[in-house]
Write a protein that binds this ligand. Structure first.
Ligand code: SF4
Length: 381
């Protein structure tokens, strides 16, 4: 826990300034399915979640959130996840304890307005409703201006984006905020958070390795980043993002709490863990998933590549069209799921869309071709 960070209040949860580290998660149910979302939020709170996040992308989601709040009041501290539609902060702020916005998603709507004006709007809603705010920077959707000004330095781009938004929020004289800088690569998570903590030791940090994937590998990948950072006193709250079926979502909380307890007790389980060979990145799913077969697909991909573990290949499996296209760009092969088809990419190049029962054959062929290309390149070098 950061000792020099300031205290931030999210409903009944407090973090920063040496407070115990609360663990967070996010509902993977459809937000408009109020019954399932309330049940999942309660299950996470029962497992010890300090905050539970809900995705809201539309007015209908916002209306559902109001009812979810009514049914969980006093039992769950709620956070809302905004994507491009930052104006929804006005209708959701009265029903949550925290608003998360992504600096990389403020460039799509109402382009005539400046980013500063949009942030001012969000902060105004948070201030009026007594909410906290998370500035949530993500490697897969970094502010394009920062990416352009940091060629080949994705960590620099994410850190600079976070610092820029801290300055905007500071100028608005709002202090009840935290920052997250997430990446799917644990090494980059360590580097980015160290750099940010050095530049802004006062700002509480929410730690996360995004799209860590399926357990148990996803837990170890997360530990690789969290164990050294927490041991250095960096990190005031955290989330372990795992690809698991909906009824197992509270696992994110139990694993997160275990990491915190282990570090406090001096147990570092990832110290000798080496991340090499075949790497599967897969998202933890959320309300935006359009086909519940996404988790099964990720599991089948894991099983398919078991015999190929020694190959240095990264495969990304993402649950939706919102973040799927961008967050598969850095992988050798990427899959992102639509309602009836799975889109397949080779790096940034889209190969095609395939039915759920056909896509594994396509992936297998692409992996074989990729390995053959790598062998040819190695032989020629
Ligand atoms: S990739 Fe899509 S479905 Fe997966 S967590 Fe991100 S927004 Fe949700």
């Amino acid at each position: 826990m950061g000792l020099r960070t300031r205290r931030v209040k999210i409903g009944t949860t407090e973090l920063g300034a040496g407070a115990p580290i609360p663990v967070q998660s996010m509902c993977a149910t459809h937000t408009q399915n109020i019954g399932e979302t309330v049940a999942q939020a309660r299950a996470m709170a029962a497992a010890g979640a300090g905050v539970v996040r809900i995705a809201v992308d539309s007015d209908k989601d916002a209306a559902a959130l109001a009812e979810i709040r009514r049914q969980t009041r006093g039992a769950v501290n709620l956070s809302v996840d905004l994507q491009e539609n930052w104006r929804l902060s006005a209708s959701v702020a009265p029903h949550v304890d925290k608003i998360r916005y992504n600096p990389g998603h403020l460039h799509h709507h109402e382009r005539e307005m400046t980013v500063v004006q949009k942030v001012a709007f969000i902060i105004e809603q948070a201030r009026n409703a007594g909410c906290a705010v998370r500035i949530g920077v993500n490697c897969g959707s970094t502010d394009p201006a920062q990416t352009a000004s940091h060629p080949g330095d994705s960590v620099g781009a994410t850190v600079e984006s976070a610092l820029q938004h801290c300055a905007i929020v500071d100028a608005l004289k709002f202090t009840n905020y935290v920052v997250s800088i997430k990446d799917s690569d644990p090494k980059k998570v360590i580097e980015a958070n160290r750099r940010f903590a050095k530049a802004r030791p006062d700002v509480p940090i929410h730690l996360g390795v995004t799209e860590a994937g399926l357990p148990p590998g996803g837990v170890m990948k997360t530990r690789l980043a969290f164990e050294p950072l927490l041991a250095e006193g960096i990190g005031d709250t955290l989330r372990v993002s795992l690809t698991v079926p909906n009824d197992q979502k509270p696992l994110e909380i139990t694993e997160g709490r275990r990491i915190v307890d282990d570090v406090r007790a001096g147990r570092f389980l990832a110290r000798d863990y080496v991340l090499s060979g075949l790497n599967i990145i897969s998202c933890p799913s959320c309300s935006r998933v359009e086909n519940q077969d996404f988790v099964k697909l990720a599991e089948k991909v894991r099983d398919l590549v078991q015999p190929l573990k020694e190959h240095e290949i990264t495969i990304a499996v993402m649950g939706c069209r919102v973040n799927g296209p961008g967050e598969t760009d850095d992988a050798d092969l990427g899959l992102w799921c639509g309602p009836t088809h799975v889109n397949v990419k080779r790096g940034t190049e889209k190969i095609g869309a395939f039915k759920y029962d056909e896509v594994l054959d396509k992936l297998e062929a692409e992996i074989a071709a990729l390995i053959a290309r790598k062998k040819t390149a190695a032989a020629g070098s």
